[in-house]
Design a protein around this ligand. Structure first.
Ligand code: NAI
Length: 344
């Protein structure tokens, strides 16, 4: 029996994990607490921790987990910027779910874009109040608009396919271009200057952190729409707010926010919002915020649970480590994976 401590548990996590874990002899204890240095002690007596996007596995947390005998960190998401992979190297193996439903995130990005340009969020509230006025609802059509996609991996490609269905003109930037799909790759500067809509689908790395900043915004078209369903810290929120106030940015659709970790996924409706930037963004009629919801489909949750359970089973039962990542995979882009397909 492999004992797993699953952190930051939500009720929607349970059906999938309870479906797949028993058949692999995996016992899961669900903790609502996020994993961080202060809560790491909860992992004592377990073999593995299962974590999500806002658990904080910095060096101190990793060290504690190691001292408690944790052998595996199983991410139930794709991004791993919340783990100090260098601290974990040669101590605790890390596995992730590299893809669960790129379609879920891409469809959510398009849903936000359509909502924003056709003012659906405003119309929904207005008609519920028996106000059937159309004042202020003039939108624009997506056909023939230029959409700049930053990052053409699994999600970026799905988003491009959807945009092509809308007959949009797609341009893209990616340091590792996917030349098989007839994508018109341009430089980052050209993407900034030519796009009517910019959608972020790259991971959060040292190169991409705050890729949307005062300087890049200054190059953009007046009225540009920014979509971020990737990671909050890709955008400098203060610069975004200034851009919207200056009317340079026409709208922003944000499924992620740079300081989301203590806010998103929780009911904060009875609290005073202490994050001034988020409060300001939420006060703007042309800003749409969802709380890291893009992945949340039945199909994606089932796929996440299935892959996570298989990752854990593979590591503890077969000594293999499919979907493993490490410091070398992340920073150097190459890892020998010599030992039974493990990173170390
Ligand atoms: P992927 O690994 O398939 O694709 C990422 C792409 O970004 C790759 O083609 C890579 O070459 C490119 N890239 C790397 N550095 C770049 C740079 N400096 N500039 C531009 N492109 C760069 O990843 P996938 O599955 O498409 O996911 C993308 C991101 O979406 C993840 O990193 C994650 O942060 C986010 N995500 C958000 C979810 C949500 O619920 N909002 C759910 C799942 C993922």
């Amino acid at each position: 029996m492999t004992k797993v401590a699953l952190f930051d548990s939500k009720n929607y996590d349970l059906p999938g994990f309870e479906k797949y874990a028993p058949e692999k002899d995996i016992e899961i204890k669900y903790f609502e607490a996020k994993l961080c240095e202060d809560t790491a002690e909860l992992a004592k007596g377990f073999d593995c921790v299962c974590v999500f996007v806002n658990d904080e596995l910095d060096a101190a947390t990793v060290e504690k987990l190691y001292s408690y005998g944790i052998r595996l960190i199983a991410l139930r998401c794709a991004g791993f910027n919340n783990i100090d992979t260098r601290a974990a190297y040669k101590k605790i193996h890390i596995v992730r779910v590299p893809a669960y439903s790129p379609q879920a995130v891409a469809e959510h990005a398009m849903a936000m874009l359509l909502t924003s340009v056709r003012r659906i969020h405003k119309a929904y509230n207005r008609t519920r109040d028996f106000n059937f006025s159309l004042s202020g609802f003039t939108g624009f059509e997506l056909k023939d608009k230029t959409v700049g996609v930053i990052g053409t991996g699994k999600i970026g490609m799905q988003f491009i396919e959807i945009c092509r269905g809308f007959k949009m003109n797609v341009i893209a930037y990616d340091p590792f271009p996917n030349n098989k799909n007839g994508i018109n790759y341009v430089s980052l500067d050209e993407l900034f200057t030519s796009s009517d809509i910019i959608s972020l689908h790259c991971p959060l790395t040292a190169e991409t952190e705050k890729i949307i900043n005062e300087n890049s915004i200054s190059k953009m078209k007046k009225g540009v729409i920014i979509l971020n369903t990737s990671r909050g810290a890709l955008i400098n929120s203060a610069a975004l707010i200034d851009g919207i106030k200056d009317k340079k940015i026409g709208a922003a659709c944000l499924d992620v926010y740079e300081e989301e970790s203590d806010i998103f996924f929780e009911d904060k409706s009875g609290h005073i919002m202490l994050d001034d930037n988020l409060a300001r963004l939420l006060s703007m009629p042309n800003v749409l915020v969802t709380s890291h919801q893009a992945f949340l489909t039945e199909e994606a949750l089932d796929s996440i649970a299935c892959t996570t359970v298989n990752n854990i089973n593979s590591f503890f039962k077969n000594g293999k480590c499919e979907n493993e990542i490490c410091y070398h995979c992340e920073k150097l882009g190459k890892c020998t994976k010599e030992r039974e397909e493990k990173c170390f």
